[in-house]
Structures are given as C-alpha cells and as structure tokens.
Design a binder for this molecule. Structure first.
Ligand code: ADP
Length: 487
C-alpha cells in the first residue's frame, strides 16, 4: 500500500507541538509495517542546512507552478529518503516558508497563512497525481491540509483525474480550524458552487478544517475519548453537529510514543541513565537539573514539572493559581518550560521570582531540556481543559514521572488512576477544570510521595506501560483497508 502523508509539521524538521511528533512517527511505523510512505511538508528555514548531516536534500528535478487564483506560484520539491520505503518531499517556496516562524512571529499570525498552506495542499496534490507510482490514499493532517480532500474530489469529479486517491483527514486539535475570509476561496481555483455548508463554508468564512471534515472519505482523531468528546457541544468547537453526522466515519486512535527518541536508557540529552529496575540514574538527573535551574539540590523534596504551550487549552492558568495557593509552606519544587501567551509567560517568570527556592521557569522552546525535565521529575502536571491526545503524559510514564492529569481526551485514555484500578494505577486524575480540583490532586501527589512503596508501585506501572507506535499503526492500517476496500 502506498500512502501519502501531508502535514505542516514533521519532527525533527519542524515542530510546534504534538502534530510533528505524531506524523513523523506514524510515517515510520507504517514504513516498518511494510507500506510505501511518501510525506510532504514545507521546506522551512534551516531544514536544508540541518539535512546536510544526513547527506543533504536531493533536488527532485521537478520545478512546478500551481495556480492560486489568477497567480501562478512557483515551487520546487526536495527529497530525503531516510529509509528505503520512506521518502520525505519538502516543498520549497522561500517567499512562504523561509521565515523565522512556522505559523507566527512575535505572537502575530502570518497574514498569508491561508495561501501558504493552500500552496502546500496543491503541491501535495501534484505529487499524488503525477508520481510514477501514485499513492492509493492521502492522509491529511489538521487544518493546514484540510483542503486536500476537497481538491482531490474536485480533481476527480471535474478535472478527469482517473483513479484519484481516497482521503483520510485526521484532527490533531479541533480548536485550530483555519478560518479565513470568503475572498480566500478564489485562490482554491474551485468553482464558487463548491463552497457551501456541506463543504468549507462556515459562518460566512472559509474553514479549511471543515473542508477536511466534510469531504474526506474517513476521519480520525488522536484518542478514543476525544473522538467522543468532539461530538458534544462542550468540546465540538461549533462543529459537533457535523461530527455527530459523520460519527460512523470517525475513529479515535491514540498516538504512540517514539521510544527510539523518548527513552531513558540511551538518551544523549540526559547526563545519567535509568530504567524501571535501576532508578539511581533518575536521582542523578534530578540533582543535576535542580542545579541547572538554580533550585536547591534536595533529593527529599518532590519535583513537579510541566512542559507546555502556555495557553488556556493546557490549563496553564489553572496551574498558576493552584501553585500560588500551594507553594507557601509547601514542601515541593516546581519547574516549568513553556512559551505562548505573553501574559502567562510573565506570570510564570514572576512566580519564579516570588518563590526562588521552589520554582524555576524557563520561557522558550528547548527539546533537550524537555527530556531532562521529564527524567528529573517525580510528578508531571498536565491540567488540560481539553487534550486531543497529549504526548507528555506518555513520555512521563516512561520517564518515571507520575502524571497528574485532568480526565479528558488522550489523558483519560493513557493514565490509570487508583480509583479506576489500584493494581494498574500509574497516575492521578482529577475531573473539574478548576484550580481547586488541581490543587487537591497536587496534595494527593504529596501524600503518595510520602509513601515510598506506593510511589514505586505507580512508577513501575508507568515505566513498563507500552504506548509504542506499532500498536497505533495497526489501527491506522485497518482504517486504510476499510477506506480502500470497504469494511
Ligand atoms: P500539543 O501538541 O497540544 O502542544 P502534546 O503534548 O501533544 O501537546 O505535544 C507537545 C510536544 O511539544 C511534546 O513533545 C512536548 O515535549 C513539546 N513541547 C511543548 N512545549 C515545549 C517547549 N517549550 N520546549 C520543548 N518542547 C516542547
């Protein structure tokens, strides 16, 4: 089976969040399972230089132009082939992609994001249509690739594209919908009659996400609980009616973890190594991190960490309030790595100034520090208001950091609370999205820390849990088979 994966982020080449990790790991897992995999993604600034170490990008010898409305826009493909049956096709257009950010700069969205990702989608279509061995299926990810199902359908019904591929659209986060003014439609070069309530039209705007949701042959999202949640008004971001109508075509498949990268036994980001049976290295990593962050080196105090986009979604405000309540007199330390909302960034910086012996806040994006924060932590806090899948709680499990999570989306599906199953418990869950509910969960964690056998039990369960991608790939393959050949 030949699958084309289209996404705006691809780890390790570009990343703002879990999308990059998920698409890259899915591609590799599908290739391991015997599929031929082609991935298409933008050639952002810096990728070419970083690819040099792997032998460099190869010019695919395919300069192309695609229409965006009345303008013909030029691009080029550059290829990288990490494995025999896995190719990455980078789309070059320096005007669109050679920029400091992926979607924004200095907290401002790029004003031409619609055009930038429509260009990516049209480049993906060109590949799908003209590769000598074309894909049977295009798997498009998130709003940036949402127009692909629409463009494929238009190509097949109106432009004589015989044997056009089937399409699958995956929602990594329903809150980001890619909605733009109606005038954007002209750049699709699809007739105006195709823009209606059962395609991309949404409250008098063009919604890239809705185009994917309405026109893909099948839909998926990144956890079973989120698949159910998004069919409700509370989590549906205004699209729950549509998702309920398509619920028979929607599956939830929990993302996996790339244990090749996220491991504690041969990880270059960590100064010492450990596993479930040998925890001495974890204590060393904790001491080194406390020193690195300027916190007192105290083995006796539990260390809580959080690595996050600082947004409402992640409950960064709830955590701040809970910490302000619990820190005075509290016998614990907290370390944050995050960036995002400017006000929250300032508030976390202030928290570190107010509690210098208990709190460290690093504002920025630092993958190596993220590994150390997971490895050093006794507890990892993830109080998300909603969480399509979430990766950090699964990294935490493997790294021996007991996750404290709100029971939603992928957090609900990957963490076991003692009230659900005492024998298999590996984390602490709370339900209400409030700082008081979170503070109560933090106090439970402190109580657990005071009982070393209890902590060891949670830790051992977490560190031996298996959330590998091969499991997820089997479910995606079953979905692909259904779409291609019927259930
Ligand atoms: P989301 O995609 O909603 O941001 P996920 O938990 O699915 O959340 O994935 C987040 C990914 O991004 C994880 O790999 C996490 O470690 C990483 N990440 C988030 N913020 C930072 C940061 N400031 N520095 C380094 N890595 C980060």
């Amino acid at each position: 089976m030949h699958i084309l994966l289209a996404a705006s982020e691809l780890h390790p080449w570009s990343k703002t969040g879990g999308l990059a990790d998920a698409v890259a790991a899915l591609g590799q897992a599908l290739a391991r399972a015997g599929c031929r995999v082609t991935m298409v993604t933008p050639l952002y600034r810096g990728i070419r230089a970083r690819a040099e170490k792997l032998g460099g990008l190869v010019d695919a010898g395919w300069p192309f132009s695609v229409p965006l409305g009345a303008t013909l826009m030029d691009g080029r493909f550059w290829k990288l082939q990490p494995e025999p049956n896995l190719e990455i096709w980078f789309v070059e257009n320096d005007g669109y992609y050679d920029r400091a950010g992926i979607y924004n700069e200095a907290h401002l969205e790029y004003p031409d994001n619609a055009e930038r990702f429509l260009f990516l989608s049209k480049a993906a279509l060109l590949l799908a249509r003209h590769l000598p061995d074309p894909p049977e299926l295009i798997h498009a990810h998130d709003w940036q690739a949402g127009l692909i199902p629409l463009l494929v359908r238009h190509g097949s019904l109106q432009e004589g594209w015989v044997r056009a591929p089937k399409t699958i659209f995956t929602i990594h986060n329903l809150a980001y919908q890619g909605t733009f003014p109606l005038a954007t439609w002209a750049q699709t070069n699809v007739p105006p009659a195709w823009l209606h309530l059962d395609s991309a039209s949404h409250y008098n705007q063009v919604s890239f996400l809705k185009a994917g949701l309405t026109l893909a042959d099948a839909l998926s999202t990144v956890s079973p609980t989120y698949a159910r949640e998004i069919c409700t008004p509370e989590y549906g971001c205004g699209l729950d009616g549509l998702l309920r109508r398509r619920s028979h075509d929607l599956v939830g498949i929990l993302n996996g973890v790339d244990y090749g990268e996220w491991n504690t036994t041969r990880n270059p980001a960590l100064g010492a190594h450990f596993d479930a049976d040998h925890l001495a290295g974890k204590a060393l990593v904790k001491a080194a991190l406390q020193k690195e962050l300027g916190l007192p080196v105290r083995a006796d105090l539990p260390l809580f960490t959080n690595i996050t986009r600082l947004t409402d979604q992640k409950g960064a405000d709830l955590l701040l309030e809970a910490l302000i309540a619990e820190l005075p007199g509290g016998r614990f330390q907290f370390a944050l790595l995050g960036s995002g909302d400017a006000e929250l960034e300032a508030e976390y910086r202030q928290l570190a100034l107010d509690f210098p012996h208990q709190v460290a806040a690093r504002i920025g994006f630092d993958p190596a520090l993220a590994h150390r924060l997971e490895a050093a932590a006794d507890f990892y806090v993830m109080p998300s208001r909603f969480e399509p899948c979430g990766l950090n709680q699964m990294y935490s499990l493997r790294y021996g950091a007991v996750p404290i999570v709100r029971a939603t989306g992928g957090l609900q599906d990957s963490v076991v609370d003692p009230r659900e199953d005492l024998e298999l418990a590996n984390g602490i869950k709370f339900h209400e999205a409030s700082s008081t509910a979170l503070a109560a969960a933090l106090r439970k964690a402190l109580a657990l820390y005071a009982v070393p056998e209890g902590l060891a039990h949670f830790r051992a369960n977490g560190m031996t849990a298996d959330h590998s991608w091969d499991q997820a790939a089997i479910q995606y393959l079953a979905m692909y088979e259904d779409v291609l050949h019927g259930p």
